[in-house]
Design a protein around this ligand. Sequence first.
Ligand code: FEO
Length: 397
Amino acid sequence: MLTAVQVKPDVYWVGAVDWNARSFHGYTTEDGITYNAYLIMDEKVTLIDTAKAPFKDELLQRISSIVDPAKIDVLIANHVEMDHSGNIPTIKAANPDVEIYASAPAGVKNLTAHYGDLGYKGVKTGDTLCIGKRTLTFVQTPMVHWPDNMVTLDVEDRILFSNDAFGQHFASSKRFDDENDYSEIMKQARKYYANIVLPYRAQAAAAVKAVRGIQDQIDLIAPAHGVIWRSHVADILDAYEQVFTSGKLVDKAVVVYDTMWQSTDKMAHAIADAFLAEGVEVHLFDLKDTHPSDVMLYLMDAKYVAVGSPTLNSQMLANVAGFLTYMKGLSPKANNAERIGIAFGSYGWAPLGPKNVQAELEAAGFQLPLPVQAINWIPSQDQLDALRDTVRGIVTK
Ligand code: FEO
């Protein structure tokens, strides 16, 4: 039987580990996913969030290792998305009298749309709920990353249940940050931010500011995905504040492309060489081998973004179009206004692939100091040298 893991005296992790998950909304999750739920054993037995519906048995087994699920008095639904709310009906079925709290109005409205009217009680920022020795305080964090998101502060235990904020898609048998590889969890925290939260940078920055205001009241940040921050609370807050939500771009170039007969590949390498010659950090990706969600890990704070495609049937390659669609959704104009974009690629009889890329970068709000860099058929060494010189000319110091 699966068991709970103690987080603090009378507070337990009772979530689920989705070891085999390799995609979340098309974002690659090479390390798997966890759906964290937390049980607080107080006068009112309280569950914070649930888990994705298929993990019903795992959730119930872990709860049952501490208490009969029928004895859960209070369920806090910090977020409507189904990876956390999927077993609300399960808990309601176990105890039809359970009180379910969600943010007002979005949480209540959207939970009703998902599961029907289960008698949800709406709460707003600053509202509190006494569950016995403990008092829970709610803080709404709208658009981090859905309209309904909120976090719950357990003042007595000094735990912030932060739901998606500060999460990572990272399956592990160890629940705490200091029990896992630090560089891997920070990488996954960054990838999670870049692929889930990035469009809502301003709202995330406001949420981080709110957490900073209560930092001296918390020992643990317990997100709904990945490890619980215990030894690295300051580090994850610093990363969110100084890197993820700062909007600061660094001198870094991402060169991303697809290629048919290696002409666009040759151009990509010439562009990468130009940045290297100017002392700019470079990351180069052929989209046949790298998923867009991994490119975003690097693109998130890159000052230069070069996107290349040859021309196929008057279009850019589908891999490139898919990448641009994905990137535009995550990185709206406000993020791109300070970035420098370059569109490049080869063609046989009309340079429509790279021209379409240029149009997409323009629509995404990039600065485009260069015209489309298109080369007919196979680039000569002279053409590659000229391309390198042209790109070197737009590197700003
Ligand atoms: Fe982890 Fe927005 O759900």
